[in-house]
Design a protein around this ligand. Structure first.
Ligand code: SF4
Ligand code: SF4
Ligand code: FES
Length: 610
């Protein structure tokens, strides 16, 4: 860690890198040199801060001044004003929507203020490519503690008592899983980190790996020691995450150089090493058995789980698989204790490890919400607080409609359930799930039938095709949704859709098929009237399904208020608008492609959608 008076923490997560974060870093280095500030100011590259929409962003420590949407041309002024004259630059700070006063400190920006960081504890604070930075923040202390003062069974007991549950989707109690793998017969056992995050728009795991890869490695070390007879671990990460792969590679190399991976770690006779396996990006390979088959070099297809993978997993050996976020929590539990961890969250896990949801959860907040990005919040927080406090509410004063949790196979939760505490059981009760942490907010302009169709088309496309209910059932469901959104659906189709959904849930081989109908089932449950409007009235209330909407011009308003301004006609790409300047305009429905441009450009509200 640097001892400079000023530390310029430049975010170099994927989002900021794609917005030229490395050029921003270079510009800071140039200006610092130009102003002879090398002994006072250091530039440090960090992982994702979670607020990617504000990138490229920089946090100036130790005061935590947050600068956003930076351009290379901003840097000379910023360095001169802030670093030389001690005057932070207001115009480069964050301003909340619909307000005028900037918030200088990162910790006071609502998006960050209401978060509780455990898995993301080093977010923005370390250079992920420097093991010294991780160690400087207490890294590898937990494995040292475990190896020097705890028996393997004590570690398992601690993780069980903490109430940590799998963050990858299933929510299986981690300590119980470790215990089963420990008890399973086998001289060779494996631990695996599932970094095959495939939910569209979700990047919880990528962000942890890009920002703090050693926390995952340390978690795996602790798991391997606790389970025993584990000398090899695997990280399964998709090819589409090149920066995450690079940072894992660097971290593994450094850990080996420090003697933290390899033979006789801490001189305790404990051998453990990690290899990276790259996946091709199939969604189904996030499923544990498909993932293991893929590591074995075969086609990544799931298998029935009547024999658990903790008994017969990778190469038929006992295998413990946890996802990135689960592993990243482990060192903190060892250092701060199970009691501390289980004091956060819902329920009671002292007797039953399924009795509550403990610790925090990282969510990828996306869609119709002001502050999109990555948030880590305590279990038990309400959905309303996530969306309105952390997320800053719905943009442009629009009305909230539903939030979908759990990725493409999660369910929609309506406004009446917004005060629901976020935990595994509560989400399941209302037809949704925690999943790995995708959270998509929709507003009044989203059609729920269309949304259900969108998510089903994703899961249908990603079905590996091994079992008929998933392969064919989801296809038939999609056909029906297509019919409904085309205005050709009937009441019988709704009945059939529900029946097919139940059949796919009950008879699919793996969790992909078993959960794929969730968006359909929950949207039908909570937004039935929208389905009925599509099939009975042939109308799309949200004006999304094109075959069911019609654009028209109120000729009186057009001529009397807008004086036939002609703006819409010039913008119409289909030449569907008839009229001339100073005349009333009208739309030729036979030509109209329903793009909505005219509706957006008419300043006089003369254009209507029915
Ligand atoms: S909706 Fe699009 S295609 Fe139709 S009239 Fe308006 S601009 Fe033209
Ligand atoms: S933009 Fe509006 S007011 Fe202007 S010509 Fe078109 S419909 Fe009329
Ligand atoms: S990549 Fe910079 S905030 Fe996410």
């Amino acid at each position: 860690m640097t001892t400079h008076r000023i530390q310029v923490m430049v975010c170099t997560g994927t989002g900021c890198v794609s917005n030229h974060a490395f050029e921003i870093r270079d510009a800071f280095e140039r200006e610092i040199k130009k102003n002879n500030l090398q002994t006072e100011a250091a530039v440090i590259t960090t992982g994702c801060n979670g607020f990617c929409g504000a990138g490229p962003l920089v946090v100036v420590q130790p005061d935590g001044i947050f600068y956003q949407l930076l351009k290379v041309s901003d840097i000379p002024h910023l360095v001169a004003e802030h670093f030389l004259k001690g005057r932070p630059v207001k115009k480069l700070m964050y301003i909340p929507p619909e307000e005028k006063t900037p918030i200088p400190k990162m910790s006071e920006i609502p998006f960050f203020a209401d978060q509780t960081l455990i898995a993301l504890r080093n977010r923005g604070m370390i250079d992920p490519e420097k093991i010294e930075d991780y160690i400087g923040r207490g890294g590898y202390k937990a494995i040292a503690k475990v190896l020097t003062s705890m028996k393997p069974e004590e570690v398992v007991t601690e993780i069980k008592a903490s109430g940590l549950r799998g963050r990858g989707g299933g929510g299986f109690p981690t300590g119980v899983k470790w215990e089963s793998c420990k008890k399973a017969h086998g001289t060779a056992k494996y631990v695996i980190c599932n970094a095959d995050e495939g939910d569209p728009g979700a990047f919880m795991d990528r962000s942890i790996v890009e920002g703090d890869p050693h926390s995952v490695i340390e978690g795996m070390l602790i798991g391997a020691y606790a389970i025993e007879n584990v000398t090899q671990g695997f990280i399964y990460v998709r090819m589409q995450y090149p920066l995450a792969i690079h940072r894992f590679e660097v971290a593994i190399k450094q850990a080996r150089e420090y003697g933290l991976l390899g033979k006789n770690i801490f001189d305790k006779g404990f051998d453990f090493d990690i290899e990276i396996r790259r996946g091709a990006g199939a969604f189904v390979c996030g499923e544990s058995t498909a993932l293991m088959t893929s590591i074995e070099g075969k086609v990544g297809e799931p298998r029935a789980k009547y024999i658990h993978t903790v008994e017969k997993g990778l190469w038929d050996c006992p295998t413990c698989l946890n996802n990135v976020e689960t592993w990243a929590n482990v060192p903190q539990i060892i250092l701060k204790g199970a009691k501390w961890f289980s004091s956060i969250g819902t329920g009671d896990v002292s007797v039953d490890p399924w009795g509550g949801s403990k610790g925090t959860k990282v969510f990828s907040l996306a869609g119709k919400v002001n502050n999109t990005g990555l948030v880590e919040v305590p279990m038990g927080i309400t959905m309303r607080d996530i969306i309105y406090k952390v997320g800053g509410g719905i943009p442009e004063g629009k009305k909230f409609k539903a939030v979908q949790t759990g990725g493409p196979s999660g369910g929609f939760i309506p406004e009446t359930l917004l005060d629901l505490p976020v935990d595994y059981e509560e989400l399941a009760k209302v037809g949704s799930m925690m999943g790995s942490g995708g959270m998509l907010v929709t507003d009044e302009e989203n059609c729920m039938v269309d949304m259900a169709k969108y998510f089903l088309s994703f899961t249908q496309d990603e079905s590996c095709g091994k079992c008929i209910p998933c392969r064919e059932g989801t296809k038939r469901m999609l056909d029906i949704l297509d019919k409904i959104t085309m205005g050709k659906g009937s009441e019988e189709d709704l009945v059939m859709l529900e029946e097919l959904s139940s059949m796919v849930v009950e008879s699919s081989l793996c969790a992909l098929g078993g959960s794929a109908p969730n968006p359909v089932l929950t949207s039908m449950k909570y937004f039935r009237e929208e389905y009925e409007a599509h099939v009975r009235d042939k109308k799309c209330p949200a004006h999304v399904c094109k075959p069911l909407i019609k654009y028209s011009i109120d000729e009186n308003v057009c001529i009397q208020v807008g004086h036939g301004c002609d703006v819409c006609r010039k913008q119409c790409i289909d030449n569907a608008i008839i009229g001339e300047k100073n005349q009333a305009h009208r739309i030729d429905p036979s030509k109209c492609g329903k793009c909505g441009i005219c509706y957006d450009v008419c300043k006089f509200d003369a254009i209507h959608i029915e």
